[in-house]
Design a protein around this ligand. Structure first.
Ligand code: IPT
Length: 991
């Protein structure tokens, strides 16, 4: 039976006791004392019935140490339980507001010394910046109060309980509480005191709260100051030394808006900040103000009068060892990385981050959608029955959450939109939150995606809308109904600015089609871009029993319910490595665009407001990837939204090789986030002279043969290749399978973009049903001619009548070996195929292949719907670096449009392969890996891949696109690979 003492865990009220009103997180010179550090800690599997641990004299000598801030499940190597990952599901019965008796509860205690001179303080405040999920506080045995709202700040008045010298604080933290129903975000459940704990002396005559509402209009800055302070705080002085401002207000009644001339505006591109101090005799507050005005005019979202396009990321607070514990250095580096990849916006999904993150966003420059800590997604599976969002019993909790969100961060110029939360259905409590925000802050609009009908929000927002649907939203003429809207509501939504709060799901290898969304933004000004789901993988560093480190995902900690690797959907891997998709994003959204036209290039500046005076423009010419000339383009300064045409340099065109011009826009000087020369935009121009493709030589003297022979460097036995240049090689065999990507495994119902897909059934499942991962071969014929060998095989899978006929012709052309493979499917194949390739297996042996050099697209992997970051050039990589370490192994490493490929062993050339275009001019791609697709498909984590020193080369006539179907649209038809006849032609030589 739960005791009355623990009944409060099911209390829907957000807090009790001496909890104080929310206020800004300010940099003040008032004395404070960090209570971070080692606390005494005890974990109980259920909420203990007694609170005796809170008594001053309680003996905690038998307890262990626990760092604050930390999540207890990430400490002590499992001694304090394990993390749980769920996306939509609640990891406890849906029985609101109750939670199970099995409710891990952490009791924390520590001593602290209050300095003697704090006795002047008018008040002493104990602040918690983040505790998951409900906690109760005692000081020197006095019960102070309780609070919930894990990612929100809570301050308690502890004035009457603290004393100079030694004090004891005790905190009881429950992993589960009524509040857990409001915190069903797609992430790990990580209990504990995970943000700072601070004791603050509030001076008499100090500034309780401060809000500088800034604006910018035509060179003038505006500051509308709200000071929350007693009459004894005045006079109050506001200083902005750089602008020569020194304003003294004698009384509260005198405080009035200021207008300041000669001000430079703040923007995400030019994050101009001014140091401001606001002081009384007792306290001085330091802020960094940015001047900007946020407005919605019609269906445009404007900052300083100019339309904003969000090239954003959804950012969770996650770290493989610390979880949601903030590390400023890491966060700064992470944000600098965003800037380097042309990210200009952050949605703080789905809760306020550590308050310092907003200081960094102000300073480095991001448009921020600051989201409240709220999600009740698990009620979606109940058709939203019982959803707290529409239940008056939870109204106070909802309002408390949004008040704590807005009040804490209201001073940040980077925050341009408030978001009520995520995936919480709809209802009166959300509408009440919005009404409160509108009344409190008239300077920023309100966002909430779940308000489909647009009843209480200012921007129209959707997640994972397809390209088609997004286009329909951008178009006035479209009659297409909008999701969740009556025609009238849809018409209202079309009067607002639109953004995709989540799009292009970056799980595993993918997403594709980022460029299609980007193109729409420039065609339909109502569309304001969006926020990729999501920035980082949330892997947790773990080790296998034999000590191999890996990044754990759902299920790796034995959770009862979990959502597997759905938490590994970032553009940055858990260990900070940017994935190819982030490079693709960078290339797609590059703020400077190039259009080649004859002997000129038009350079367009798509930035919000910054001109191009911070950039230089470099060019280089390469012949088959070898540099032949380079220089700088003379480009006048191009204002935001403008273009300039400049002449191209003279380009020496080669006769026997490809000629490519590359133009880069680079930073002319270092910034806070990148060094001088950092490339922000690139384009290439193909100036190659046309060269004939050697015609296929048709042999006429074919006659049956046993297929055991030598042709140049190739040795055959029974019609099969056994050696190339003296090295054992098996193959080539038809390979139609790729280790399914997370998008291939996606089974969304919505497949209207791809008629070859089946609603509710993943393509990977269709491929497995068809046996693409277990093809078998029957040799139909072997023939030879004077200097050629021809085999014809029929390839099919057990229990399938579908087949593919593969004709391979090996021939000597002069002293060059040519392989031509004609691949022709039977009738009746209905699905898309993952690839059409031929695979060569090079077993382990002396001098194993361990790298590749190629001329083609690179340097990173690319797929038909993700080609924008790839450029034509000459590249090399180790076999290891040709694959990306996705958290769940899957297809990786495909390099498109290869012309020449050299396999190497410790730098020495082993085999040289030249790929000839097919009759449509298409060139194959390749992957080179230690593992076959079948081996990769069987592994759930990288450590499950078998040790291998073999190498597997797959030359693909084509690969299927990537799409975003793990959570969103399937591959667009143009990039979907249909079973079709293909030809691969290779010239192969010894290294
Ligand atoms: C959407 C969620 O908002 C986000 O938190 C994340 O879970 C994402 O999906 C998938 O990774 S909700 C989904 C039902 C579209």
């Amino acid at each position: 039976m739960p005791s009355h003492r623990t009944a409060y865990v099911s209390d829907t009220a957000p807090g009790r006791g001496a909890l104080r009103a929310a206020r800004s997180w300010l940099h003040s010179d008032a004395p404070s004392l960090s209570l971070n550090g080692s606390w005494r800690f005890r974990l109980s599997p259920t909420a203990p019935v007694t609170e005796d641990f809170a008594a001053e004299g309680f003996d905690d000598s038998g307890w262990n140490g626990m760092p604050v801030p930390a999540h207890w499940v990430l400490q002590g190597d499992g001694a304090y339980g394990r993390p749980i990952y769920t996306n939509v599901q609640y990891p406890f019965p849906i029985d609101p507001p109750y939670v199970p008796d099995d409710n891990p509860t952490g009791d924390y205690r520590r001593h602290f010394d209050v300095p003697a001179d704090w006795s002047d303080a008018e008040r002493v405040v104990l602040r918690f910046d983040g505790v998951e999920s409900l906690f109760k506080v005692w000081v020197n045995g006095d019960e102070i109060g309780s609070a919930s709202g894990s990612r929100l700040a809570h301050e308690f008045d502890v004035t009457s309980s603290v004393r100079p010298g030694d004090n004891v604080v005790a905190v009881r933290v429950h992993q589960w509480s009524a509040a857990s129903y409001l915190e069903d975000q797609d992430q790990w459940w990580l209990p504990g005191i995970f943000r700072d704990v601070t004791l603050i002396a509030r001076p008499a005559g100090g500034i309780e709260d401060l809000w500088l509402r800034t604006g910018f209009d035509d060179g003038f800055g505006r500051i509308d100051t709200e000071i929350t302070a007693g009459p004894d705080a005045f006079p109050v002085t506001l200083r902005i030394p750089e602008l020569g401002v020194e304003q003294v207000w004698a009384t509260a009644a005198d405080v009035a808006p200021l207008e300041v001339g000669g001000v430079e505006p703040w923007s995400a591109e030019q994050p101009r900040l001014y140091d401001v101090t606001v002081s009384t005799a007792a306290e001085s507050i330091a802020l960094r103000a940015g001047f900007r005005t946020v407005k919605i005019r019609g269906d445009r979202f404007l900052v300083n009068g100019r339309r904003v396009v969000f090239h954003g990321m959804n950012r969770h607070e996650t770290h493989p060892e610390r979880g949601r514990v903030f590390d400023e250095e890491h966060a700064r580096e992470d944000l600098a990385r965003m800037k380097r990849f042309n990210v200009n916006a952050i949605r703080t999904s789905h809760y306020p981050p550590h308050p310092r993150l907003l200081d960094l966003a102000d300073e480095l420059g991001f448009w921020v959608i600051l989201e409240c800590d709220l999600e009740t997604h698990g009620f979606g599976d109940l058709d939203w029955a019982g959803n707290p969002s529409d239940d008056p019993a939870w109204r106070e909790a909802y309002l408390d959450r949004v008040q704590r969100t807005v009040e804490r961060d209201k001073n940040h110029p980077s925050i341009v939109i408030w978001s009520l939360g995520n995936e919480a259905g709809t209802g009166a409590n959300l509408a009440a939150m919005s009404a409160w925000v509108h009344a409190r802050d008239t300077g920023r609009p309100v966002h909430y995606e779940g308000d489909y009908a647009g009843e209480y929000t200012d921007v129209y927002s959707r997640m994972y809308a397809s390209v088609l649907e997004t286009e329909q939203i951008g178009t006035d003429g479209s009659r297409a109904p909008l999701m969740g809207c009556t025609p009238a509501q849809g018409a209202r939504q079309r009067t607002k600015p639109f953004l995709l709060c989540e799009y292009v799901h970056a799980m595993g290898n993918g997403p594709g089609a980022i460029d299609q969304y980007e193109a729409l933004v420039h065609e339909h000004p109502r569309l304001h871009g969006g926020f990729v789901w999501e920035w980082r993988d949330h892997g947790i560093l773990a080790t296998t029993p034999d000590g191999t480190p890996y990044y754990a995902y759902g299920g790796d900690f034995g959770e009862v319910v979990h959502d597997g690797n759905f938490v590994m959907d970032g553009m940055v891997l858990s260990d900070d490595v940017p994935t190819p998709s982030l490079h693709e994003f960078k290339a797609v959204v590059q703020p400077v665009r190039f259009a080649f036209d004859g002997d000129e290039v038009a350079i367009t500046n798509l930035r919000h407001s910054a001109d191009t005076s911070d950039l230089r423009f470099r060019w280089r010419v390469e012949h088959d990837g070898t540099l032949v000339d380079s220089g700088e383009l003379e480009v006048p300064v191009v204002a935001a939204g403008e273009s300039a045409r400049v002449p191209l340099p003279r380009i020496p065109v080669a006769r026997d090789s490809e000629t490519w011009l590359t133009v880069d826009a680079v930073l002319a000087a270092g910034t806070a986030w990148a060094g001088e020369g950092h490339v922000i935009a690139t384009a290439q121009l193909d100036r190659s002279a046309r060269r004939p493709v050697p015609a296929v030589r048709r042999e006429t003297d074919w006659r049956p043969n046993d297929g055991t022979l030598t042709l140049g460097i190739a040795e055959f036995a029974g019609g099969s290749l056994v050696r190339l240049a003296g090295r054992d090689v098996a193959g080539p065999r038809l390979e139609l399978f790729r280790a399914p990507t997370d998008n291939d495994e996606g089974a969304t119902d919505e497949v209207k973009e791809s008629d070859a897909s089946v609603p509710g059934v993943s393509n990977a499942e269709l491929w497995r049903r068809l046996g693409l991962d277990r093809l078998t071969t029957r040799l139909l014929s072997v023939e030879r001619a004077a200097a050629a060998l021809r085999t014809i095989s029929k390839v099919s899978a057990a229990n399938s009548a579908l087949s593919v006929i593969v004709e391979s012709v090996w021939s000597l052309v002069g002293d060059e070996l040519e392989l031509r493979v004609e691949i022709e499917p039977s009738r009746g194949w209905l699905t898309v195929w993952p690839r059409i390739g031929i695979r060569f297996d090079l077993p382990d042996g002396a001098a194993p292949v361990d790298g590749a050099e190629w001329f083609g697209l690179g340097p990173l992997e690319s797929y038909p719907d993700s080609l924008r970051a790839a450029r034509t050039g000459r590249f090399s990589a180790t076999i290891r670096d040709l694959s990306v370490d996705y958290a769940r192994p899957q297809e990786t490493g495909h390099r498109s449009q290869v012309r020449e490929l050299t396999l190497t062993s410790t730098g020495a050339e082993v085999l040289r392969i030249t790929a000839l275009p097919d009759t449509h001019g298409r060139r194959p791609g390749f992957t080179l890996s230690r593992h076959t697709p079948q081996q990769i498909a069987r592994a759930g984590h990288p450590f499950e891949l078998p040790d291998s020193a073999a190498s597997h080369l797959i030359v693909d006539a084509a690969q299927h696109g990537l799409g975003s179907r793990a959570c969103g649209p399937d591959v667009w038809p143009e990039f979907a690979l249909r079973p079709e006849a293909r030809t691969i032609r290779l010239r192969i030589a010894a290294g």
